[in-house]
Unconditional design. Structure first.
Length: 443
């Protein structure tokens, strides 16, 4: 079950990290968040988004301390293992895998829907499955090649959103934004929190490529902070402008809200609408490609440390990429495509994320106390307030998800228990070697 020790290539620079950080998330500006309008209306969802923006500002500034302290491909599970031992690492690893494994098929659904909007003869699922095949093959070619692709496609996606904002802003009407703005009151705000998280979900995936960064102590903070600033500006601008174009109720249950918003202005056959729907695929591709990178590195790191079957830690000798982790992750994603819907996949991915956020912040508190002498290249500002705010807001989001989505939450729990049993069996046959990181290796 075990695999020999393997290492990944250190080739990534700050610009690559910015591209991965933004690329992982930018599809959240294209779709998914609009489901929150159905829960809370435009005004209620704006409040939810501002709360979640505060969560991510405080979380990322705190999480960066952990990422630079322990630049490990396992990311959150490495931090939790260091703080709480192997079962703490297991919970963080499970939650992180759930986040990225189920974020990817949600994006694949949107890719299929955007393509179907342009070419109705192409079925949504056929396009989604094809995307898994194509981008898994691209990721097999190597991390530098994958990161360069991410950089190009992310720049195009950012430019496209700026063009959308520029085209749509002159048609913004305040009366459209305020129409039925708080249909469900504060309970709607509470219920909409998971869809506001979708605006920023997966930015923490930069941690999973930490071992492949040339200078992680210097470059990771730059990648995170510039990426977060980019996403905050884009998220708020896209949401506000789209809400004021027309009847937002018509956009609250579809996977392609931005081209549909332009259709309201110009009509479906207008060249601008068609052009945006076509190049709109850039943002979805950027996130789809980025999440494949992150879930494969998480599976690789978990396997290397004995948490999942060891063959997943094998690296292709020619391209130095974790080929089995890429393949197995794609198979799981295709199964999820066949059994779920976009909003369900978003909810279970967000559930995994907030659990991981909570255990990561707890790990930060524990490591500050237990290993206070470790050299910290980046320290969380306003400690302990920032990580405490992130922990409290993550807990509130967890309660909201469980309360409004008990079935999804039950599936998450069943998966956790089954994975715990699998981990117990694997642990009897292998020894976790790489997770026990020597302080000298990270300072």
């Amino acid at each position: 079950m075990s695999a020999p020790a393997s290492s990944l290539r250190k080739v990534l620079k700050p610009v690559h990290l910015w591209a991965i950080a933004v690329g992982l998330v930018i599809s959240g500006e294209y779709f998914g968040w609009n489901f929150g309008w159905e829960m809370a209306g435009t005004g209620g969802f704006l409040v939810a988004t501002l709360v979640v923006t505060l969560l991510y500002i405080t979380f990322i500034f705190s999480f960066t301390e952990l990422t630079t302290l322990i630049p490990h491909a396992g990311g959150p599970f490495a931090y939790a293992h260091r703080a709480f031992g192997e079962w703490g690492g297991f919970i963080a690893g499970y939650a992180t895998l759930i986040e990225f494994l189920f974020t990817t098929p949600a994006i694949a659904f949107a890719l299929g829907s955007y393509t179907h909007f342009l070419y109705p003869s192409l079925p949504v699922l056929t396009v989604a499955y094809s995307c898994y095949i194509v981008f898994t093959l691209i990721n097999l070619l190597g991390i530098k090649e994958s990161a360069t692709f991410s950089l190009i496609i992310t720049i195009l996606a950012v430019l496209e959103l700026l063009v959308f904002i520029g085209i749509a802003a002159p048609h913004f009407e305040y009366k459209n934004f305020t129409a039925d703005a708080f249909p469900s009151g504060w309970s709607g705000v509470f219920a909409a929190l998971p869809f506001a998280i979708w605006f920023y979900l997966a930015i923490e995936g930069v941690a999973m490529v930490a071992e492949e960064v040339e200078n992680p102590k210097r470059d990771i903070p730059k990648g995170y902070l510039y990426g977060l600033l980019t996403l905050v500006v884009l998220a708020l601008a896209v949401m506000m402008v789209t809400a004021g174009i027309g009847d937002w109720h018509l956009l609250s249950r579809i996977d392609y809200p931005l081209p549909e918003a332009l259709r309201m202005i110009f009509g479906k056959d207008n060249p601008l609408t068609q052009l945006f729907a076509s190049v709109g695929l850039f943002g979805l591709i950027a996130s789809f490609h980025g999440t494949i990178i992150t879930y494969s590195r998480q599976l690789f790191a978990l396997a290397r440390s004995g948490y999942v079957p060891g063959f997943l830690a094998q690296i292709n000798q020619r391209f130095q990429t974790p080929h089995w982790s890429l393949t197995v992750g794609a198979v799981i994603g295709c199964i999820a495509l066949s059994t779920g819907t976009t909003d369900q996949l978003i909810l279970i991915a967000v559930l995994g994320a907030v659990v991981m956020y909570m255990i990561s912040m707890l790990s930060l508190f524990v490591l500050r106390k237990k290993e206070s002498l470790l050299i910290r290249p980046f320290k969380a500002p306003f400690y302990p307030y920032f990580p405490f705010i992130a922990l409290v807001l993550s807990s509130i989001c967890l309660v909201a998800i469980v309360y409004y989505n008990p079935f999804i939450s039950l599936l998450f729990l069943i998966g956790l228990l089954f994975s715990a049993l699998l981990f117990y069996i694997i642990r009897k046959n292998t020894t976790a070697k790489h997770i026990a990181i020597d302080p000298k290796e990270v300072n």
